[in-house]
Design a protein around this ligand. Structure first.
Ligand SMILES: Nc1ncnc2c1ncn2[C@@H]1O[C@H](COP(=O)(O)OP(=O)(O)OP(=O)(O)O)[C@@H](O)[C@H]1O
Ligand SMILES: [Mg+2]
Length: 230
């Protein structure tokens, strides 16, 4: 028996441009196991970010169920969704979403401040994740003083500080050279091994898919399984 950590059932999403309705996701179905590392591949504009934001509880689908660690997001109000975002799911945005005026330490601390964690516990958790991500010595720098690879690691650290069950990474290697991309993908592998985290990685780089357990293709708004390599 394995545990399903993300279940998508007949998920649909459209956006309105003036009077025109564009359907981005149509009948998306998927089940991701606990501790599984999933790659979602697809061209620009195919709906990858939209899907991750729906799994993260940042956007609601028009139709369909999103069930994360047993919680049906449709049944939760905004308070419930923010609880899920602060404890169960972490989303790493395509542009990292770091605050330029805050230090590395303060950026990583944000989710714990939102959750109302006390100062002693915050310092302990942030210090641990800084150590784990190899960011020791960079605590007091602001993001503009970091390399691209370091910025990505800060974004991952901020996502991990709440010890989520599900980690969603939107194009985590897009702004990195290949040697830094490999480092980031190996980091995700370590996270999966050390914490049994379910990790969903969206990418348009087929090389990234070499690092995941299972790859899915976003085709015309629907997820299709890519035939496993033989
Ligand atoms: N908030 C929004 N309002 C209106 N349209 C949107 C919104 N978000 C996304 N879209 C549209 O939905 C489609 C899919 O966008 P999405 O960002 O999910 O694609 P993507 O696969 O992540 O692309 P990329 O690889 O370029 O990041 C695009 O046509 C986009 O313009
Ligand atoms: Mg995107």
């Amino acid at each position: 028996m394995y545990e399903i950590s993300v279940l998508l059932r007949d998920v649909w999403k459209s956006y309105k441009f003036g009077s025109e309705l564009t359907t981005v996701l149509r009948n998306v179905n998927a089940a991701f196991k606990k501790g599984e590392m999933i790659g979602i591949h697809g061209p620009s504009g195919s709906g990858k970010t939209t899907l991750l934001r729906i799994i993260a509880g940042l956007e609601r689908p028009d139709r369909g169920d999103v069930i994360i660690s047993g919680y049906n997001l449709n049944l939760l109000d905004e308070v419930g969704l923010s609880m899920i975002r602060n404890s169960i799911v972490s989303y790493i945005p395509q542009d990292y979403g770091l605050v330029d005026t805050l230090t590395v330490f303060e950026n990583i601390e944000i989710p714990l401040l939102i959750s109302g964690v006390d100062k002693v516990s915050r310092v302990k958790s942030v210090s641990e994740v800084i150590q784990y991500m190899g960011l020791k010595g960079k605590e007091n720098l602001t993001p503009s003083h970091l390399s691209g690879g370091e910025r990505q690691r800060v974004a991952i650290a901020r996502a991990l500080v709440t010890t989520p069950s599900v980690l969603l990474a939107d194009e985590p290697t897009a702004n990195l050279d290949w040697s830094n991309a490999i480092k980031v993908m190996e980091l995700f592998r370590n996270v999966r091994k050390d914490f049994n985290t379910t990790i969903v990685i969206v990418t348009h780089d087929p090389r990234v898919l070499e690092f995941v357990d299972r790859s899915l293709n976003m085709v015309e708004g629907t997820l299709k399984e890519i035939t496993p390599k033989t």
